[in-house]
Design a protein around this ligand. Structure first.
Ligand code: SF4
Ligand code: SF4
Ligand code: SF4
Length: 351
């Protein structure tokens, strides 16, 4: 473990900015909202800011992106493909453990199955991750229930933990170690090294006091979802609450559904675009001939919660699909964020 004095954070950011486009939590100057975004200036990244409103998947899996361009010559039948240039190196700086765990879920979805997604792979290839331990949870957090925080255990190049005037620095990869050497960060002494565990334990202890969502019965809900012992009335109640707006999926760090469409230009060029999709949208399960096997919203809403918590999905991600960030709690106009659904399932178990 090494030490980064807070006054040397600009030097740390500048060293990263020399090799990467920087993304991180940025405080909007007027609204004061925190968004995970590209930093125009390395100094814009606010390591102390609360968890951003949007998920950290955006640099690798943006809401809309062109993944391919091609031209079709009708007279000759020739097709020319021009792959998009997607490989700018990116550093995600100040990513919270829940968001990083969500990114690892996306890695397994896009890269860890039979078909590898080339576009996502190219985004991920040149990446540097600086994780940031949460020294205290935020009100909507429940990562302690989903084993995804408050401090990252894997997937980072550098992990920072705030400790007074310094950050404790853990290198998680050769790239991270190289940066530590380049900046000549001093080694932590024994007391500083021991501080890391104390800080994380202190943060976990604060969940009862600070976070409103930590009582969720995640493991019991997982059991019920997996075995299918949930009455239709529960899903109907959840369906009636849902506005089908898609905000939960669009702010979720582990949601991976997308749609592909070809946009034809007047000159024979075509832009193939990938856009986020959501199982809350009525057209999500629509098939050719207008057949829709999941037209009622509750049939699509239960899909979301199976996806987040059932054991069969956990096998795909090697962990629950929900990482406890609580964003769906914050954005849902129908008050059916994941903990509310877990509470509804808990009521069914206990009634
Ligand atoms: S859910 Fe956990 S890791 Fe995520 S911001 Fe909250 S405390 Fe940090
Ligand atoms: S389901 Fe909700 S709480 Fe869980 S990871 Fe997604 S947005 Fe966060
Ligand atoms: S945010 Fe709430 S209302 Fe909107 S689609 Fe998700 S569950 Fe439905």
């Amino acid at each position: 473990m090494n030490i980064l004095e807070k006054k040397k954070v600009p030097e740390f950011m500048a060293a990263l900015a020399a090799d990467y486009d920087l993304y991180g939590p940025i405080v909007h100057p007027d609204s004061k909202d925190v968004l995970f975004d590209r930093a125009a200036d390395p100094g814009d990244i606010a390591l102390q800011a609360p968890i951003p409103y949007n998920p950290a998947k955006i640099p690798f899996f943006p809401q809309r992106e062109s993944i391919l361009g091609y031209t079709y010559d009708r007279s000759t039948g020739d097709v020319r493909i021009a792959p998009a240039d997607l490989v700018r190196p990116k550093a995600l700086v100040g990513i919270r453990s829940c968001d990083l765990t969500g990114l690892l879920c996306l890695d397994r979805f896009f890269l860890g199955q039979e078909f590898v997604d080339d576009v996502f792979r190219d985004h991920r290839r040149k990446t540097f991750i600086v994780a940031n331990t949460c020294v205290r949870p935020f009100p909507q957090c429940f990562c302690v229930c989903t084993d995804s925080g408050p401090s990252a255990r894997e997937g980072f190049d550098i992990n920072l933990t705030e400790a007074g005037d310094v950050y404790l620095v853990e290198a998680g990869s050769e790239k991270g170690e190289a940066l530590v050497r380049k900046l000549e960060l001093p080694a932590a002494d024994e007391a500083q090294t021991a501080l890391k565990d104390k800080i994380v334990d202190g943060s976990i202890a604060l969940f009862d006091e600070v976070s409103r969502e930590n009582k969720a019965w995640i493991s019991r809900a997982t059991n019920r979802l997996t075995t299918g012992f949930i009455r239709n009335e529960v899903w109907e109640y959840i369906g009636k609450q849902c506005f089908e707006c898609g905000a939960c999926a669009f702010t979720c760090p582990s949601c991976s559904c997308f749609n592909i469409e070809d946009l034809n230009g007047p000159d024979g060029t075509t832009d193939r675009c990938r856009t986020w999709d959501s199982c809350s949208f009525e057209g999500y399960t629509k098939m050719a001939g207008d057949h829709n096997p999941r037209r009622p919203v509750e049939d699509r809403r239960n899909k979301r919660f199976f996806c987040k918590l059932s054991y069969s999905q956990s096998r795909k991600y090697l962990r629950p699909g929900c990482v406890g960030c609580g964003r769906c709690v914050r954005v849902c106009p129908g008050d059916i964020g994941l903990p509310t659904v877990v509470t509804a399932i808990r009521r069914e178990i206990t009634e």
